[in-house]
Design a protein around this ligand. Structure first.
Ligand code: GLC
Length: 477
């Protein structure tokens, strides 16, 4: 089978969030199963020169977007058994950031139109085009639209994966013809219309042959308004067309046995190196050098849906358990300042690193004992899997992918790999934290068993890649 994966970011080329991790590791896993796989993404200015020097220029075309006529270059490189295509237009992609520009709608409409226009220039015509989030949601719509006129795209099947339903790509009614270059009928018949404006995610959910999201629990939760941000009726409407496939983790990229960023390598069978990582982390971040104190880590965007408000409410209660706390992340200024102030109030016990840093995050995953992730909603979440792989025991709220990856050890369950709580409530969270700290202090043998369960769990892409393969096969028929 021939699969074209369309994404607005992919590791190791460019990354703002979890989509990049998925786009960087699912396509190689699909290719390893024997399919032809290519990925297409924008050629952002942020992609390093090292990568750009490895690219081959494949030619250029002009892309029509309503009344616009735009240059579109195509570059490619081969990496991990996959062909990676890059769409070049400096006016749209030579910017200070990947997203958050005033004309994001136009930038990603251009990208989506370019993908469909470039199909004949690629090495092969795909059987399936697999799109992700609102940035490429126009692709299934354009393919459907062009099928009427273009024989070559008529047989292509499409899939949309929703990584976070909060971001839907909403634009004014006038954008249908003037920006996206579509007939107004797409809006008038309700495909693109939602509450008086254009909703690209809704349009793609209706047009794609298959819709997936990134964990089975999140797929179920999307039938409820609390999680679906207004699209619950559409989720109901598409019924069986939608399913949840749990993301995997790049288990080679995140391996404490080989990770060069950490102080000392270790494995599930011999965790001695983790003790050294903890000592180094405490030294580096100016925490009191004491190996008996549990170090709890938070590596997260500091925004409310990650559950940061719960942490703010009971921080003192958390510190009363005797733990040390390390926070790494950026986000809402109020939260950033809260953790800066906490570091002042608890010298030697709290370290607030208001930054994004891949290297420091790995040092934290390896050096901490506990990992806190109390998300309000979490489509899949990767950090809890990384933490477990590095032997850092997670404490999570039972939602979305957290519920699908973390098994509670609290009531003496033998195969537990972490601590969980159900309600979005700061005292329930604090109770679970208390249980974790107590186990670390008083029952080190059981704690080590929980730690080992997480380290030896299989989070690799193998099973998920097979699930995707089955869905592709079912829509291609
Ligand atoms: C989004 C979700 C996150 C998920 C990631 C990859 O960032 O918020 O939960 O892990 O996409 O699918």
């Amino acid at each position: 089978m021939k699969i074209l994966y369309v994404t607005s970011e992919a590791s190791p080329f460019c990354k703002t969030g979890g989509l990049a991790d998925v786009a960087g590791s699912l396509p190689p896993a699909l290719a390893a199963n024997g399919d032809d796989v290519a990925v297409i993404l924008p050629l952002y200015d942020q992609i390093s020169l090292d990568w750009k020097e490895q690219m081959t220029f494949r030619g250029n075309i002009y892309v029509d977007l309503a009344w616009r006529h735009e240059y579109c270059g195509l570059f490619s490189l081969e990496y991990k058994g996959v062909m990676w295509y890059f769409v070049d237009n400096e006016r749209y992609f030579r910017r200070g950031q990947l997203y958050g520009e005033y004309d994001d709608g136009e930038r990603f409409a251009f990208f989506s139109r370019a993908v469909v226009s470039l199909l004949p220039q690629l090495d092969w015509m795909p059987d399936v085009v697999h799109c992700n989030d609102w940035q490429s949601a126009l692709v299934p719509i354009y393919i459907k639209d062009e099928s009427v006129r273009r024989e070559d795209v008529r047989g292509i099947r499409t899939m949309l994966t929703i990584h976070n339903i909060e971001y839907q790509g909403q634009f004014s009614e006038s954008s249908v013809c003037d920006l996206f270059g579509l007939d107004f009928g797409w809006y008038a018949d309700g495909t693109l219309e939602m509450n008086g404006c254009v909703n690209l995610l809704k349009g793609a959910m209706l047009c794609a042959d298959s819709v997936t999201t990134v964990s089975p629990t999140y797929a179920k939760q999307l039938h409820y308004s609390f999680y679906a941000h207004g699209l619950e009726n559409i989720v109901d409407m598409i019924g069986d067309k939608m399913e949840g496939v749990l993301n995997g983790l790049d288990v080679e990229g995140f391996d404490p046995a080989t990770d060069k960023a950490i102080a000392c390598n270790y494995t599930a069978d011999n965790t001695a190196g983790k003790v050294a990582c903890k000592a180094e982390l405490q030294r580096q971040l100016g925490l009191n050098q004491d190996s008996s104190v549990p170090v709890m880590a938070i590596v997260s965007r500091l925004v409310s849906h990650k559950g940061v408000d719960l942490i703010c409410q009971v921080l003192d209660g958390m510190m009363d358990t005797g733990m040390q706390l390390v926070v790494l992340g950026k986000g809402d200024v109020g939260y950033e300042n809260f953790f800066r102030a906490a570091q002042e109030r608890y010298p030697g016990r709290v370290s607030a690193q208001i930054a994004y840093s891949d290297k420091l995050s790995r040092q934290i995953y390896s050096g901490a004992d506990l990992f806190l992730m109390p998300s309000k909603s979490e489509p899949c979440g990767l950090s809890q899997m990384i933490a477990m792989r590095y032997g850092t025991v997670p404490i999570v709220r039972e939602t979305g992918g957290l519920a699908d990856t973390v098994r509670s050890c609290q009531a003496g369950q033998k195969n537990g790999n972490g601590f969980t709580f159900a309600n979005y409530n700061e005292y329930d969270m604090l109770y679970a934290i208390g249980q974790a700290v107590a186990m670390y202090r008083d029952n080190r043998k059981t704690f080590a068993a929980v730690q080992k369960n997480g380290m030896t769990d299989d989070f690799s892409w193998g099973a998920s890649a097979r699930s995707y393969r089955n869905i592709y096969a079912s829509i291609v028929g």
